[in-house]
Design a protein around this ligand. Structure first.
Ligand code: ADP
Ligand code: MG
Length: 238
């Protein structure tokens, strides 16, 4: 058990279970590299979605931001030694590189997540879930959006709930990540019939109905990549 001592029982990882229930910095690096690849591959889809109900820059924002995260984390002199350090560095990079609404929201969330995980070299699924919950709270505090507003929160909120519920019922990290990815996808698709109440899309009023939210889509890629890195990939809906 390498979790810091003195934490509430519910926040402790289950490092007694070897392997995939423990998150280390190499898993986080693998995950964020996968996110970078996904944002690059799906850049034009995100641009199309944001062109329909925003200003068309979300694909470029995400591709540029996560490419910069990759450069930051792959620099040998700055190799993070803990999941928390990796997430915090990713968050700071996103804040400095990505403008618009999504940079501060993703960046702030990753920074909070990193701070919540601290400097432990390995964390269990429950502790990871606690960090994820704190990250979502930051995203909602910064953006003042709630589920149903047609934003990235519509993918992130159910994903965080699913991750936490799976971890709290004894599921390992891979199961929790798979549940989160599935919930994010469901949440992403559920934005289509919604009318936007936050962000640029809200200016369109009723005309935002019928379009998938770009931020919920990029959030789905983030959780899909987490499931892949955990060894539990999900099959996307057609
Ligand atoms: P911008 O809207 O400034 O051009 P992006 O295009 O990069 O920034 O990001 C757009 C996405 O940001 C939206 O699809 C939505 O998911 C998300 N978003 C916008 N405003 C908010 C908010 N207040 N809270 C949460 N997410 C938001
Ligand atoms: Mg935009």
């Amino acid at each position: 058990m390498r979790e810091p001592a003195g934490e509430p029982e519910t926040l402790r990882g289950r490092a007694d279970v070897p392997g995939r229930d423990v998150v280390d910095s190499s898993l986080v690096l693998d995950w964020l590299r996968r996110v970078s690849t996904a944002m690059h591959q799906h850049q034009h889809h995100l641009i199309d979605l944001d062109s329909a109900i925003g200003d068309g820059d979300h694909g470029a924002n995400m591709a540029r931001g996560f490419a910069a995260v990759r450069v930051t984390l792959d620099a040998p002199s700055r190799a993070p030694t803990s999941p928390g350090a990796a997430l915090a560095a990713a968050g700071s990079t996103l804040v400095s590189v990505v403008g618009g609404a999504s940079g501060p929201l993703y960046g702030g969330a990753f920074r909070t997540w990193g701070a919540a995980l601290g400097t432990a070299p390995e964390v269990g699924a429950l502790r990871f879930a606690a960090g994820l919950t704190a990250a979502l709270a930051t995203m909602q505090r910064l953006g003042a959006a709630v589920p149903g507003d047609k934003t990235m929160i519509d993918a992130c909120s159910p994903a965080v709930s699913a991750f936490r519920a799976t971890a709290e019922s004894g599921g390992d990290f891979a199961s929790a990540a798979r549940a989160a990815a599935r919930a994010a996808e469901t949440g992403m698709l559920a934005t289509i019939p919604l009318q936007a109440r936050k962000g640029r899309a809200a200016y369109l009023g009723l005309r935002s109905i019928g379009h998938q939210d770009p931020g919920a889509t990029s959030a789905c890629y983030v959780f899909r990549a987490l499931a892949e890195a955990a060894g539990a990939p999900v099959t996307p809906s057609p």
